[in-house]
Design a protein around this ligand. Structure first.
Ligand code: PNW
Length: 456
């Protein structure tokens, strides 16, 4: 039996996001977000599910903080719903919304749980979507103004800020899906990804200039290690490009202030990149955050056989399904803990040793074995355990990893999958809103208490 103990002060947490748990979609003056519109359009979400009620966290946050306290969480990562604060994205403030987050933050602090706030986790105010979403400078201005408002309002108590959750998903995938305008808008996605970087840098600037700038600010990227399935020169090249487009396109501007040259070349005949100005590059270079948040669930394997697919971004980025016999989650994603280790070592080396938090990691499970009222989610425990072991090895090799957040605290609205996929440590009965601990919650509580666990 090997005992795995984490460094003192390691930040043990769990994560959620506003649209996925809050509900109260049209209460107390909240404006509509794109997700209210997406979920209210027939045929988009599995089983016609919506986040109208979700976990009703807006009304049950006291109970939910109690659960966090019982779990022993040191930190709680959650996001703020922009249209709850600014119903139209800008101009007038909805003070009822501010009050909700005030109460939540105060309660967390009373319970000695550090709030770790994501400023934007995909619920763009609908009015801003109509004026060009992330391609629009007006939206960037509105975002910076919104972020600055949060710093002033909550910065006396909140010491950890994440500007954006997973730009790659809400630019590349959301633009292709048509969530921000016309479907398949690849050029728009690329332009948007740059505008988001500019918004990120300007939010850091606003934070540094705010009256409560003693905390830490960073961004969360979804990153996957990318592996070549075969070692043909063509496939090796494809693997580099997939990594470039999935990972480096987001990492490089944030941590180095420049875009990767090979991807710039790949894109140059498809997208007008002249919006990336010298001034923008300087701005990005001058505002490196205090930490990098990493969301990781899986790895990507590349198996490209036809030369002409190299230049077809959509083909290139369509993930190959895991082979038969490979361990997968209920999302169909390959389970490969070693990938997280590889990823951490590589980021540490290539990006000058940034401080890192794992801001999401976890597993969707069927959760259908129940004994004495407790979901027996041994697969989830095994998943988290093996990923923590991989993380721990990376820490031992010098990676500056300061904390780990399980996705997710409670079963919730899993975007286009609706309520059909379950990532929670805590089960929610959506008919009654009753919460109950799964076996993994008991296990995680023990890990936090011991600051580690035994690996058989
Ligand atoms: C994250 N992928 O998104 C999000 O931040 C959460 O809101 C979400 O609930 C969670 O993962 C689970 O899906 C991802 O395709 C979306 O690899 C897509 C991927 C990974 C993460």
């Amino acid at each position: 039996m090997k005992k795995i103990i984490f460094p003192q002060g390691f930040m043990w947490g769990a994560a959620t996001s506003s649209y996925q748990i809050e509900g109260a979609w049209n209460e107390d003056g909240k404006g509509e977000s794109i997700w209210d519109q997406i979920t209210h359009s027939p045929g988009v979400i599995k089983n016609g599910d919506t986040g109208d009620i979700a976990c009703n966290h807006y009304h049950r946050y006291e109970e939910d903080v109690r659960l966090m306290r019982e779990l022993g969480l040191k930190a709680y990562r959650f996001s703020i719903s922009w249209p709850r604060i600014f119903p139209t994205g800008k101009d007038s403030v909805n003070w009822k919304g501010v009050e909700f987050y005030d109460k939540l933050i105060n309660l967390l602090i009373e319970n000695e749980i550090d709030p770790f706030i994501t400023i934007y986790h995909w619920d763009l105010p609908l009015t801003l979507n109509k004026i060009g979403a992330w391609e629009s400078l007006e939206v960037v201005d509105a975002y910076v103004n919104y972020a600055d408002f949060l710093f002033n309002q909550f910065g006396d108590r909140v010491k950890y800020w994440i500007t954006f959750n997973e730009p790659m998903i809400f630019t590349f995938y959301f633009y292709l899906a048509g969530f921000h305008g016309k479907r398949g808008n690849l050029a728009g996605a690329i332009r948007a990804s740059h505008m988001v970087n500019v918004a990120h840098a300007r939010a850091i600037q606003a934070y540094r200039n705010s009256q409560h700038s003693e905390g830490k600010i960073g961004i969360t990227l979804n990153l996957n290690p990318v592996y070549a399935e075969s070692s043909s020169p063509l496939n090796e090249q494809a693997t580099r490009l997939v990594d470039g487009f999935m990972n480096r396109w987001y990492l490089d501007p944030i941590l180095k202030g420049e875009y990767p040259q090979d991807i710039v070349e790949l894109l140059s005949d498809k997208v007008d990149l002249s919006i990336i100005t010298e001034r923008d590059r300087e701005l990005l270079g001058a505002h490196r955050g205090d930490f990098l948040g990493i969301n990781n669930y899986s790895c990507t394997r590349v198996d490209l056989k036809r030369e002409r697919d190299l230049n077809n971004l959509i083909k290139l980025m369509s993930p190959r399904r895991p082979k038969k016999g490979v361990e997968v989650s209920d999302m169909g994603w390959e389970v490969y803990p070693e990938g997280l280790h590889d990823l951490l070592i590589r980021i540490d080396k290539d990006y000058d040793h940034p401080v890192i938090y794992i801001t999401e990691n976890g597993m969707a499970c069927k959760d259908d074995v129940i004994m004495e009222g407790i979901v027996q989610d041994d697969d989830r425990i095994s998943y988290i355990k093996r990923h923590l072991e991989a993380v721990h090895r990376a820490i031992n090799k010098g990676v500056k990893l300061k904390g780990y957040f399980v996705w997710t605290l409670i079963d919730n609205f899993e975007w286009i999958e609706g309520y059909s996929k379950k990532f929670g440590l805590i089960k929610v009965d959506f008919a009654t809103q009753e919460r109950s601990w799964k076996k993994s919650a008991f296990w995680y509580k023990h890990v936090i208490q011991e600051n580690g666990f035994e690996m058989e």
